[in-house]
Design a binder for this molecule. Structure first.
Ligand code: DGJ
Length: 728
């Protein structure tokens, strides 16, 4: 049993039995209210009784009352708790005050879904156990159900909340959190920050007696902060130490906060941002889900739990477990400037070297020859593609290639037939200027009529030809957030209603076309989050395709997201984003550490380069089961020096791929050794050149990249080498 209730002590012990325990208990407050506190989160315990610590209901001995010290499981504003709260609720009296009293609980096998929202799932009830705890604010009639699920063999805890208004008046909920926990002690914070073309850089900051917060109010999880935060013991490294992480299964505005108080307790709380929801009598609101992971095996231990959970119980559909096709995308090859002849010339070369999928990117619809028009007009531009998509797709199929297509369905160009017909279909605030970004506005996805339009427009195109892949792009964030159909007192709900609308559209389209592989995108990785992965098992990681820059981006992304979720392409040199020239070998090694593809004009390349690519494609086919489904371990961080390294291991450690990279060369440099931790130290391994190594040697001494140190064989600046090891 993963959830143990002790009726006498009123404790709830949530544990997978091996990796973590999370303990809740009731506690009487000074005014007689029975509240719920979180007494523990950390390594698995044999018992949930922590009463010897005398931590409950700390007395009002200090200037603050008891509330500011309590480890509330779901702290509400208006009780004398001055840290970041999980809930701010306002009832008919206008006071931002709620007092949540424990009412009862239920423990059930399995894991219920969350209506209209993405979530981790189970395939049978034995995989998980769920605890629901009901709390009530008696004055307003706000019922709050905290729902926790232990994913037994996947070692994760999920948390979400249900609000029901059982009173007679509306209740305003401000940014209701999805999870809250209290840790003893001070922790470093690690998060992923960035911007366009430099997403998910790893940043670690020490503990602070103040609020550390990352957030988005962009209407998307965003390039700038990812909905992921980890609190680390100060001694934690990639391989050792305590990591407590939250990752939000949501693609819209979010907030994650941590604050250490004067007694050395750290509150960790997170959920939606920019959500001001007026809950009407008899209505319910479900929050999105937070995935909480504890690991005592450092950052790699934490990441590996996320990777396996997301690969197997967040992503869905036939592509979840199917090797992803090797693609060529025409964007950096042609941008908007293409003809069928040019596309077919690229496709022919692609087919010759073993590529499996051709993706036609932006520019095939409306009258779009640059980025200033036609979004919303999802009809083929026949002056560019005579006869529509089918003739082109048929020719691609005849070459042996699948065909994929780009869309940006959530957007509308002011210069479009759709906008001329429905100027009120975009997010806007009457009387205010409609700010454009990339010459576009955002469709109001909170409206059912807009959702239905998007579903039918995209479906019509997908039905018009044999389309087997879709790249679903989204290239701007919110400015004037308003919906024409909502009354003024519900306008604060637009951020979340947009997401509910988007998820309805994604659920409908992906269910209608189950054979299609969907890849999400948002100006590269501006919406790389677990919410999108529930509908689309892969995401275009970044618009920066330079092999050196990608070391940082893919390393950072792997903190929470599996390699099978990262699109990674070999592009032309000099690179279009940074002008750097790297070898085809290095570009290949970086891209094959994700879902591999090419994004360049293959028809302009010489035979020698194409022959190298043919070998590259063949090699990727050989190793992709390992890279996409195997265990990924980070070895050397590019954020800490000139090198980066990582490894992939099959479950039984019979096949290992080690990838070593140098960002730039240095003269007379010291020897570099990279130890391979995820290997069987009792077996012999043989590499791709037939050289043999003992596992213990690889584990405790390591390998040495040939490009560095005395006797170095390679002179190029950025360089890479791989070891493909098979157990004998
Ligand atoms: C942004 C994407 O990230 C690119 O890959 C490309 O699809 C462009 N949009 C097309 O407009």
């Amino acid at each position: 049993m993963a959830i143990i209730y002790d009726a006498q002590k009123e404790t709830f012990h949530l544990t997978d039995g091996t990796h973590f325990s999370f303990i809740l208990k009731t506690a009487l407050e000074l005014d007689g209210i029975k509240t719920l506190i979180n007494t523990y989160w950390g390594p698995a315990l044999g018992d949930a009784d922590l009463s010897h610590l005398n931590e409950d209901n700390k007395s009002a001995a200090s200037f603050d009352g008891f509330a500011n010290h309590n480890s509330y499981a779901y702290p509400a504003r208006g009780r004398g708790d001055f840290r970041p709260v999980a809930l701010t609720a306002t009832g008919a009296d206008g006071a931002r005050c709620a007092v949540l009293a424990y009412q009862g609980h239920a423990i059930l096998p399995g894991k219920p879904g969350i209506p209209g929202l993405p979530a981790v799932y189970v395939e049978n009830e034995a995989e998980a156990d769920t605890l629901s705890i009901r709390m009530l604010d008696g004055l307003t009639g706000l019922e709050v159900t905290l729902r926790y699920t232990v994913m037994n063999d996947l070692h994760a805890l999920t948390s979400s909340v249900i609000f029901e208004n059982q009173g007679n008046h509306p209740i305003l909920l401000e940014n209701p959190a999805s999870a809250c926990a209290t840790l003893r002690g001070a922790y470093d914070m690690l998060h992923l920050h960035g911007g366009w073309a430099k997403e998910r850089a790893v940043e670690r900051v020490p503990s602070l007696h103040g609020i550390r917060e990352i957030s988005s109010s962009r209407g998307a999880s965003g390039h700038h902060h990812n909905p992921f935060m980890a609190l680390l013991s100060p001694d934690a490294t990639e391989q050792h130490g305590d990591c407590y992480a939250m990752n939000f299964v949501y693609s819209g505005s979010f907030r994650l906060q941590a604050e250490e108080n004067e007694f050395g307790y750290t509150r960790f709380v997170g959920g939606m941002n920019e959500c001001f929801w007026k809950l009407m009598p008899a209505e319910a609101l479900h929050t999105p889900e937070m995935v909480m992971v504890y690991s005592d095996k450092g950052l790699n231990g934490m990441s590996q739990i996320y990777h396996q959970l997301y690969r197997t119980r967040l992503c869905r559909g036939i592509w979840r477990d199917t090797p992803r096709p090797i693609l060529v995308n025409n964007w950096e090859g042609t941008y908007f400037n293409f003809t069928p002849e040019k596309l077919l010339a690229i496709a022919e070369k692609a087919a010759n070297i073993g590529i499996e999928l051709f993706v036609l990117d932006d520019g095939w619809f409306g009258k779009r020859n640059q980025d200033n028009c036609s979004l919303g007009d999802w009809v083929v531009n026949e002056s560019k593609l005579p006869g529509g998509l089918a003739p082109l797709v048929n020719k691609m199929n005849a070459l042996g290639l699948k065909f994929g297509l780009w869309f940006e369905p959530e957007m509308i160009s002011p210069d479009s037939d759709l906008y001329r017909a429905h100027p009120d279909w975009c997010l806007h605030v009457p009387g205010r200027y409609r700010n454009e970004q990339r010459h576009q506005l955002i469709l109001d996805m909170s409206r059912t009529d807009v959702q239905d339009y998007v579903i039918s427009a995209v479906s019509n195109v997908l039905n018009s030809a044999n389309i087997e892949y879709v790249k679903w792009d989204m290239n701007r964030n919110y400015s004037e957030v308003g919906s024409a159909l909502l009354s003024p007192d519900h306008q604060g709900e637009v951020h979340h209603r947009y997401m509910l609308g988007l998820y309805r559209v994604l659920e409908t389209i992906t269910a209608r076309f189950p054979h299609i592989l969907f890849e999400s995108c948002s100006g590269g990785g501006g919406r790389f989050d677990p919410g999108m992965l529930h509908y689309m098992p892969q995401t275009w990681t970044s618009d920066d395709s330079d092999a050196v820059e990608r070391l940082f981006i893919q390393y950072g992304t792997s903190m929470a997201y599996p390699v099978s979720s990262m699109g990674a392409h070999v592009s032309a040199v000099p690179n279009h984003q940074v002008g750097r020239v790297t070898t085809l070998e290095m570009r290949g090694h970086v891209a094959m550490s994700g879902n591999f593809g090419y994004e360049l004009d293959l028809s302009s390349l010489g035979d020698e380069e194409l022959a190298m690519m043919k070998d590259q494609v063949a090699f990727v086919k050989e190793i992709r089961a390992l890279t996409q489904q195997g265990r990924f371990t980070r070895l050397v961080s590019p954020f800490e020096g000139r090198f980066a390294a990582w490894q992939f291991s099959s479950e039984d450690q019979s096949e290992i791929l080690v990838c070593l990279f140098r960002r730039y060369a240095a003269a007379n440099s010291p020897m570099q050794f990279v130890k391979i931790p995820d290997i069987d130290e009792k077996r012999w391994y043989v590499d791709q050149d037939g050289r043999e190594y003992h596992g213990s040697v690889l584990k405790h001494v390591g390998v040495r990249p040939v490009f560095e140190g005395p006797g170095a064989k390679r002179m190029e600046d950025a360089a890479s080498v791989i070891f493909h090891l098979k157990a004998k």
